[in-house]
Design a protein around this ligand. Structure first.
Ligand code: FAD
Ligand code: NAP
Ligand code: SF4
Length: 684
């Protein structure tokens, strides 16, 4: 079934497997990279199709072999939320033509993903095989009767036919992540007693009917990808034998490719967050290799050409799916092919501007690439009036400003007080599981070099010096300074700042109280309780979260074996309620679960009374006083803007533009810092 087109490979070719074309049916994919499905929010916006056309065309131009669109519902009740994109009429299909034409003009290929959310639909009209409410949805689905199941199947077929009419090369049938089709497959969610439920073969009748009928309706050359859940990570999920059996049946039913699904949305095991090791689930796809004839696609936490190449070279899969990495860098494949992989803007798996936005109903973008999904309005164009700028501070904001200005043709001098670029990212990357943040610094370092930005490290620049050097415009990106709260005894020797801890400047005792439970408080708690520095991160990750490393259990579950805990930690905040509510929507639960596993006491509604030799004296929410007999108290109480230069520069008649933490410290994150700096530099 797989037909490989031989390609010249030379010793200089670092990614021979990744860049190898693949013939699937009548189509030759130009590389082994599939851009995985992502809902961007453009699908529902006025003018969104024109913007999606530009968005996808950039990725096609960047060398992606096959693009899969965000999930499009085959009917109203299957939409992920009321009013979410669907494809049910010829009129709707016409809108998609802009996308398919733009991708084909770039020599790319694109499939439309058909996504029926079933009981996950945030939609009071939701339907499912059985009337069982999902733990992540307030709505309970209505059970379909047998005639309605038939009608649902026909809507999948209609959707595929309309996709073909719109110029798509194929469809991806979303059969994993716990959505509608997966709900039919698993005993967990299918309690039916008619022909659509019962034993495994009967539960698979619906996906097989969908594939068979789409194949019959669209002809032999139309691609049909089936996203098959190979590891449900929930109780009563499929067994490995059942996954293989279904893959074989799907092949016989006419699928062209099988994509891997890992974990239902209701699973309580992280599958794509930054703490998931790179390529952690490629071995799952590998279980099917050599046992089915159609090409297999590996997924999840594949974010560099090296990881992708290793998976393909090891024969674990025939293609690799990357979704977020192509938000971060549309030129990912082209850079790898040109021997410029060190210029790739790597996805750090933070979810902050992509999935967290999707779940908040906001347009998807990317923390490290604010142009993602904003291609038509955030354009980095050459300047017609080149000028010289000083950028003060080489944190994320200063780096984004300096590079964008230089890219536009301005001359830029970047001043940094410390010995390295990166600002707080140098601290963030020390948190266990956040090592990816270092990739952003490598990317900026390369970009600075390539653009010829003059970087002056170990240089805490003064206003007078900037004036003497003749700078008329300064970008102030000096960041923040940690807040010292006014608590009696805050100058006691047992009090440490979070930088003392994370930069390992001072020793930390066994019993520690953290004042402040924002993102940094949680990170410090993680850092202080973490013990393992294992050589086999994937095995350790599987053990910690309860994933069966032998792939022999139903749903892929095994008893979790939490790592030993290094210290006893209290995580405190003054706000009432449990700490952690402000953490990211799609990652906060992971941080909370991890710290709970490690016995961290998270307490809200406290008043800090004093710190002394005995420890930290508190008043609890119920008014009772408590002494925490701790060795150290670590301040994680937020930050304040550092912009001492601003007034002096203004007095000297120098134009000042503030970005990042230097502008506003409250609720600062790197997403805002990079976005603000890029947008400013695009306009100057
Ligand atoms: P900074 O990163 O603070 O950089 C300012 C730079 O200016 C510094 O390098 C400083 O040395 C330099 N500077 C200051 N004064 C001068 C001067 N006079 N001359 C020359 N140089 C000067 N954000 C997220 O979005 N997601 C996360 O998961 C995340 N995790 C974090 C974890 C930790 C432990 C920490 C500490 C931060 C984390 N952050 C995270 C926050 C993120 O790092 C900041 O929002 C971001 O770094 C702010 O960027 P900035 O450029 O404004 O400031
Ligand atoms: P933060 O999120 O604003 O949290 C500050 C904490 O300090 C809060 O818990 C606050 O709680 C407490 N606090 C504030 N003023 C205080 C005072 N005067 N006395 C005592 N406690 C005080 O800030 P952060 O944790 O320093 O993080 C900085 C930024 O980095 C955040 O905005 C975050 O977006 C980003 N970051 C993100 C992540 C991530 O995973 N996405 C991780 C790390 C950092 P009370 O006021 O209730 O006491
Ligand atoms: Fe990756 Fe974060 Fe960008 Fe999402 S926002 S694509 S996770 S770097």
């Amino acid at each position: 079934m797989i037909e490989l087109t031989p390609r010249n490979t030379t010793p200089k070719d670092p990614y021979p497997h990744l860049l190898e074309p693949l013939r699937v049916g009548a189509i030759t994919l130009r590389s082994r990279v599939v851009m995985g499905s992502m809902h961007t929010g453009l699908e529902e916006r006025p003018g969104g199709f024109a913007r999606m056309a530009v968005f996808f065309a950039e990725r096609a131009r960047g060398g992606v072999g096959l693009i899969v669109t965000g999930g499009i519902a085959p009917n109203e009740e299957g939409a992920v939320y009321q009013g979410a994109a669907k494809l049910t009429t010829s009129e709707e299909a016409e809108h998609h033509r802009a996308i398919t034409a733009a991708v084909h003009a770039e020599g790319g290929h694109i499939c439309l993903q058909i996504l029926h959310a079933g009981r996950y639909a945030y939609n009071p009209k939701l339907v499912a095989p059985s009337a069982l409410q999902a733990p992540i949805n307030p709505f309970t689905p209505r059970e379909l009767d047998a005639a309605e199941v038939e009608a649902e199947i026909e809507t999948f077929v209609r959707c595929a036919r309309l996709a073909q009419q719109a110029g798509y090369d194929g469809v991806e049938v979303m059969g994993s992540e716990g959505y509608f089709i997966n709900q039919f497959i698993a005993a967990r969610t299918n309690h039916r007693t008619d022909r659509w439920g019962g034993d495994f073969a009967s539960r698979c009748r619906l996906p097989l009917a969908i594939v068979e009928r789409i194949r019959a309706a669209t002809g032999p050359d139309f691609l049909i990808i089936f996203r098959l859940s190979l590891l449900d990570l929930v109780e009563q999920g499929s067994s490995p034998e059942e996954c293989l059996q279904l893959a074989l049946w799907l092949e016989a039913a006419g699928v062209s490719l099988i994509n891997t699904g890992i974990g239902w949305h209701e699973a309580r095991i992280p599958t794509i967050a930054t703490l998931v090791p790179r390529g952690a689930f490629a071995a799952v796809t590998a279980q099917l290799k050599g046992r089915v004839g159609v090409p297999l696609i590996a997924t999840n936490r594949i974010n560099t050409p090296e990881v992708a190449e290793a998976i393909l070279a090891a024969g674990q899969a025939d293609l690799v799916s990357m979704a977020r990495p192509l938000l971060a860098d549309p030129e990912f494949v082209a850079k790898a092919a040109a021997g410029r992989a060190d210029e790739i803007n790597t996805c750090i798996a933070c979810n902050q501007a992509c999935l967290d936005h999707t779940f908040a109903g906001k347009l998807t973008s990317c923390l490290v690439n604010p142009r993602a999904c904003h291609e038509t309005e955030l354009q980095i164009l050459p300047t017609t009036a080149p000028r010289t700028f000083a950028v003060v501070g080489a944190g994320p904001a200063g780096l984004a400003a300096a590079c964008t200005l230089a890219e536009r043709g301005h001359r830029v001098v970047l001043f940094e007080a410390s010995a390295r670029i990166g600002g707080q990212f140098n601290v963030a990357k020390r948190i266990p599981g956040k090592e990816e943040f270092g990739e952003t610094l490598r990317y900026f370092q390369r970009r600075l070099e390539r653009l010829g930005v003059e970087v002056r490290l170990n240089h805490r620049v003064s206003a007078a010096e900037l004036q003497a050097d003749g700078f008329a415009s300064v970008i102030l990106a000096t960041g923040v300074t940690p807040r010292i709260p006014a608590i009696p005894g805050v100058d006691h020797p047992k009090v440490l700042g979070y930088l003392d801890v994370l930069l390992e400047r001072k020793p930390v005792g066994q019993r520690v109280a953290l004042i402040g439970a924002g993102g940094i408080g949680f990170d410090v708690a993680d850092f202080l309780t973490h013990t393992h520095r294992e050589a086999e991160p994937i095995a350790a990750f599987y053990a910690e979260w309860g994933i069966d490393l032998t792939f022999s259990t139903r749903g892929g579950l095994a008893p979790a074996a939490p790592q030993p805990v290094a210290r006893q930690v209290w995580l405190l905040q003054r706000k009432p309620g449990k700490p952690g509510k402000t953490l990211g929507k799609t990652t906060g639960w992971i941080h909370r679960a991890r710290l709970q596993q490690r016995g961290v006491q998270a307490v809200g509604g406290v008043e800090y009374l004093r710190i002394d030799d005995a420890g930290l004296h508190l008043r609890l929410a119920d008014g009772a006083e408590q002494l925490l007999e701790v060795d150290n108290v670590v301040l994680c109480a937020g930050q304040e803007s550092l912009r001492e230069l601003e007034d002096q520069l203004i007095d000297l008649g120098i134009a000042v533009h503030r970005v990042g933490g230097a502008d506003v410290a409250a609720e600062l994150d790197a997403k805002r810092a990079i976005d603000q700096a890029t947008r400013l530099a695009a306009q100057l």
